[in-house]
Design a protein around this ligand. Structure first.
Ligand SMILES: Nc1ncnc2c1ncn2[C@@H]1O[C@H](COP(=O)(O)OP(=O)(O)OP(=O)(O)O)[C@@H](O)[C@H]1O
Ligand SMILES: [Mg+2]
Length: 512
């Protein structure tokens, strides 16, 4: 007996791991199919298991597209089966979307489709039957009534795909899933929705979600276009081998920092502002990826949360962008990277620097170091006597060596110069300070929990709020060290040291 190319029982289980990022990416394949069939409406219904309310029983995706003949329906469930294999006209071209996305989420997929009202055909792919060996081919489509509880879109033609035994949904909690799908599908299909197509999830309209914050939707709106839309022309060969030109469109947007930067962090996260710096990649008008692409050496920084980019291309550039059959990511080739990256890198640096400037204008001091602020303000205060004495002595001894004091009727210090350092200290104090002439060095003890719990998170923290807070915490410590310099007697200094050491102990105990 000849060896079949595919070992069906193993293949069907292995292909389940085809790598869809989650249920949203898988469902997008079915929505693609519906829109390619000319559907105006797509209805997604997520049904809970009646006995276990927190588990999903089935997911149905109904559309009012053209529907399928028996032949097309039979091919639709087959891996590689397609009425448009190799086409570059629309989204589908691999003949994998329907079966592959379905088995990645569910153990059974049924398809009902009708080209005439009241005449639905039906077929099925069931993993357990294939594994048991009771099914070796796609069952011939047969006439079958739509399942109970299924309210088809009132249309003369259409399709319903039913996923049941959904053992691989991600996220699997119904409330999370519905919420995630509302956002994800709203983003992925935003152009279709703006164009008048309709998608509902359990009766609720999916609203478009614009990651560029330019157009209306479930997103905040108020970004501004940065520069004109840029067109890159790429030479390609069409399916008949004739030379042609394909266009990549690129758009940038700047977010309204002045209006949004004061939003609470949680809100910024919810709205997709913080941690969402990146490029939305659109293929044939639908988003297939979102990430930090074409930036070459430009690292992603917090400032980059405040601008966005959108790249749009057509399927005839799939090879250049490295699109795979799951249509949920790109893997750009050197050729497309060389075309886009020089401009992207330059624009990214420009936009990043615009953001920085706008923040500095908003809060002139927030980016300044605590050392600089304290040093600038120190001259307003009476200088510590010890520093004045030190400076006087060194100016007497140093001949013409410049020292940071002005000579008047009495020595007058221009203010202390602050330095903040971080070190492992042998003492248990959370900070120590040392005055050396006009230089006040404050050392934060890296081994004390105060550093780990307070300073480090603020240093590594996100955005402007963390930077401002860090600056203020540092100023608090610098002020304490400055107060210490004013203690003139040995006894008062000893008392302060005792106070600091027991404060440090208590703080360590409280933070532990
Ligand atoms: N909702 C639908 N309405 C009408 N025809 C459909 C529908 N879904 C699938 N089909 C038919 O089934 C075929 C297979 O769909 P499938 O998603 O597996 O592959 P494809 O869309 O051709 O390519 P790709 O793998 O790139 O998505 C399609 O080519 C189309 O003819
Ligand atoms: Mg498809």
């Amino acid at each position: 007996m000849k060896t079949p190319i595919v070992k069906l029982q193993q293949f069907i289980q292995a292909i389940r791991d085809a790598g869809y990022r989650g249920t949203g990416a898988a469902l997008s394949e079915l929505i693609d199919n519906a829109f390619e069939a000319g559907a105006k409406n797509v209805r997604i219904e997520i049904e809970l298991k009646s006995e276990k309310r927190e588990q999903i029983g089935s997911i149905r995706i109904a559309d009012d597209g053209c529907g399928m003949s028996a032949e097309v329906l039979e091919a639709a469930l087959q891996f590689g089966g397609s009425s448009r294999f190799g086409s570059r006209e629309g989204t589908g071209r691999f003949g994998m979307g329907l079966p592959n996305s379905s088995v990645s989420q569910a153990r059974r997929v049924e398809v009902y489709s009708w080209e005439r009202r009241g005449a639905p055909l039906w077929s099925v792919l069931d993993i357990d039957e294939i594994v048991k060996g009771t099914c070796e081919a796609i069952p011939r489509p047969v006439a079958k009534k739509l399942p109970g509880g299924c309210s088809p879109i009132a249309s003369a033609h259409g399709t319903i795909v039913v996923w049941s035994e959904c053992d691989r949904l991600n996220p699997s909690r119904p409330s999370f899933l519905i919420q995630r799908l509302q956002q994800e599908i709203g983003r992925i299909f935003r152009y279709a929705l703006w164009g008048g197509r309709r998608i509902t999830i359990n009766g609720q309209d999916v609203r478009p979600r614009d990651p560029l914050f330019l157009r209306e939707g479930s997103n905040l709106q108020g970004a501004r276009r940065y520069g004109p839309e840029v067109k890159y022309l790429v030479k390609v060969y069409d399916t008949a081998g004739r030379p042609a030109t394909s266009t990549v469109l690129v758009r940038f947007a700047e977010l309204p920092i002045e209006e949004w930067y004061t939003l609470p962090n949680e809100e910024k996260r919810r709205q997709g502002i913080s941690k969402k710096a990146g490029v939305s990649i659109l293929r044939a008008g639908r988003e297939i990826d979102y990430g930090w692409y074409f930036m070459r050496g430009k690292r992603k920084e917090n400032y980059d949360d405040w601008w966005r980019c959108e790249v749009e291309f057509q399927p005839d550039l799939d090879e250049l962008f490295g699109v795979t059959h799951t249509k949920q990511e790109i893997n750009p080739t050197d050729q497309i990277t060389e075309l886009l990256a020089p401009d992207f890198e330059e624009i990214a640096h420009k936009l990043n620097s615009n953001v920085r400037q706008r923040f500095i204008r908003l809060k002139p001091n927030w980016a300044a170091s605590s050392e600089r602020i304290a040093s600038e303000k120190d001259a307003q205060f009476e200088p510590p006597r010890r520093a004045v004495d030190d400076c006087r002595k060194s100016s007497n001894n140093a001949g013409n060596r410049p020292v940071p004091i002005t000579l008047g009727s009495a020595f007058k210090l221009e203010g202390l110069k602050y330095r903040l350092v971080v070190r492992d200290l042998a003492s248990p104090d959370f900070f120590t300070s040392q005055l050396d002439g006009p230089h006040l060095t404050v050392t934060l003890n890296k081994l004390h929990p105060f550093f780990e719990r307070m300073c480090r998170p603020l240093t590594e923290g996100d955005g402007v709020n963390a930077a401002v807070l860090r600056q203020q915490v540092e100023l608090l410590i610098l002020a304490a060290a400055r107060a210490e310099t004013g203690l003139e007697t040995r006894t008062s200094r000893t008392v302060f040291q005792q106070f600091r050491s027991s404060w440090s102990d208590l703080l360590a105990a409280f933070l532990a």
